[in-house]
Design a protein around this ligand. Structure first.
Ligand code: BG6
Length: 511
């Protein structure tokens, strides 16, 4: 008898065929922001350069600057030349530039939104965008509500219609807590139908994150280990060496937990902990993620199993750097955390009693995002303890970035010794194993929005479930007595981050 294997990728469309978007306009709010300048605008060019945008395409910027189309086009060109991943090709740029428009207006400006409507009518005619419009809200969360209302008021969206389509793209964080996320959802769903809402979590657009699904469900090798019988605990780390830079306005009052744990890290947790979906169709994938998020919860003892810090002056990249409170635009008594760590327990058969530890922080010694499955020790070692002194726990580490790949750590005999055993690692590197370079997450996600392809976008239920995990922790931290501990920039965080694991008999990996 042969083993039959049902491929979970079976009903995905053939990913080898380039998927080219149909005629459409992409309207961007927040074009002068950091994200648009560094990531979104270059990604649009890279898509055009890869031949994935249609001839009937238009990019419309909306903002307060008193720019004409030409000035905005120059601005886009500058960001493309500085940041695009693919080489600059004049003919590609010429064609893209033909469809670039700018509309001046604030979020509250009726005149601005009327002008936007007019501009879209014009590009539908001259560029052949056929009335298909995506609205990308790359703006601070407190503006979502207003812009969505303006789109409705000015008749830029028709919920009852599927062709031509209107879609909205919302950057995280979606809400500030569970209650505000629900309120926002009410607003969004009163204007857009649920399949027209694309909530961005750019981690899901990363190739290495998608590779987690391949690793888990395309192989036989790992699955037997992927449970409480073999794994002692899981560590998910997102460390950044940068400080908050010029993002004080966005970051202060939000902090590390809302900025990246509620979304990126809990999505990583869901993908690493979920059961195999019946297929990679959006509904199936979401169902599995939702199930595992519903089984996940904040630790029972919040004092012992959460940690919160704020960087003080220190060293980064060989330079002396300021502390968070000295950064421009930060209130001197700000209590926003730049380091957040906590334990999550998953109450299901696969993971009961095997904690997941999440940590995210700015001004760490280096930039690294990884998921480490730490395995339980071998039940018995038939060696002298002295010979195994340098033996740690076996680990399977999924390196999300940089040096994307996978590391396995296990013990091996040191050559020419009687039987001394030491940890060694075995590496898979994306960069050396494949000739193709990885597209930026935003290329993939913008293209998926234009194609109306939803699997890589979290649904509202997932957003709610993530807030449900986080809310008790945020409430606990809101208490004046539980203020962030200082840690020097360029170090691995405050002592409470360490003791949190030590209490359970573990230590953080040094990634
Ligand atoms: C964003 C956060 O979502 O992710 C930023 O708002 C963070 O604070 C960024 O710096 C990191 O993204 P990446 O892709 O560099 O890990």
């Amino acid at each position: 008898m042969t083993d039959t294997y049902v491929n979970p990728l079976r009903d995905a469309t053939d990913r080898r065929l380039p998927r080219v978007a149909g005629p459409c306009a992409l309207v961007m709010f927040g074009v002068t922001g950091d994200l648009a300048q560094k990531k979104l605008l270059p990604a649009v060019y890279d898509l055009a350069n890869r031949g994935l945008l249609p001839p009937g395409f238009s990019l419309v910027g909306y903002g307060r600057r008193d720019w004409d189309d030409e000035q905005f086009t120059d601005y886009v060109l500058e960001s493309v030349k500085e940041r695009a991943r693919t080489p600059f090709r004049a003919e590609v740029w010429r064609q893209l530039a033909e469809g670039i428009r700018f509309v001046t207006g604030g979020f509250d400006s009726d005149e601005g939104f009327e002008q936007l409507k007019e501009t879209l009518r014009e590009v539908d005619e001259t560029q052949g965008t056929e009335g298909n419009h995506a609205f990308y809200l790359s703006i601070p969360p407190d503006g979502f509500d207003q812009v969505i209302e303006q789109l409705r008021r000015h008749g830029l969206v028709d919920k009852s219609r599927t062709t031509p389509w209107n879609r909205v793209v919302i950057e995280k964080p979606f809400g500030h807590d569970l209650a505000s996320a629900r309120e926002l959802e009410e607003k969004v769903s009163s204007v857009f139908s649920s399949d027209s809402v694309f909530r961005i979590d750019h981690y899901l657009g990363k190739e290495t994150v998608q590779n987690m699904l391949a690793l888990r469900f395309a192989n036989q090798l790992f699955e037997p280990l992927w449970n409480r019988n073999y794994v002692s605990h899981v560590q998910i780390t997102m460390a950044e060496d940068i400080g908050i830079g010029g993002r004080a306005g966005y970051y202060d009052g939000i902090g590390a937990a809302r900025d990246v744990i509620q979304n990126h890290l809990l999505q990583l947790l869901a993908l690493v902990a979920m059961e195999e979906p019946a297929s990679f169709e959006a509904g199936q994938l979401r169902a599995e993620k939702e199930k595992v998020l519903a089984a996940a919860r904040a630790p029972r003892n919040l004092k012992s199993h959460t940690a919160r810090g704020q960087y003080t002056a220190g060293w980064a990249g060989g330079q002396r750097v300021r502390g968070y409170l000295e950064e421009e635009g930060i209130a001197p008594d700000s209590q926003t955390e730049t380091y957040a760590a906590f334990r999550v327990d998953i109450d299901n058969r696969r993971w009961a009693g095997r904690p997941f530890y999440l940590r995210a922080a700015k001004r760490m010694p280096r930039r690294v995002t990884e998921i480490a499955l730490m395995l339980r020790p071998a039940p018995h070692l038939p060696f002298h303890l002295a010979d195994t002194e340098q033996l740690g726990a076996n680990a399977l580490v999924l390196r999300i970035q940089p040096n994307e790949g996978i590391t396995m750590r296990f013990g091996a005999k040191v050559p020419a010794t009687q039987m001394e055993i030491r940890d060694v690692t075995m590496d898979f590197n994306y960069g050396t194993s494949f000739a193709e370079s990885s597209p930026e997450a935003y290329e993939r996600l913008i293209l998926d929005v234009l194609l109306g392809d939803p699997p890589l976008f979290p649904q509202h239920t997932e957003v709610e479930l993530s807030w449900k995990i986080l809310d008790p922790i945020l409430d606990y931290w809101a208490d004046k007595e539980h203020q962030p501990e200082g840690y020097a920039a360029g170090t691995w965080g405050p002592p409470s981050g360490r003791t949190m694991l030590e209490r359970d008999g573990f230590t953080w990996r040094r990634p």
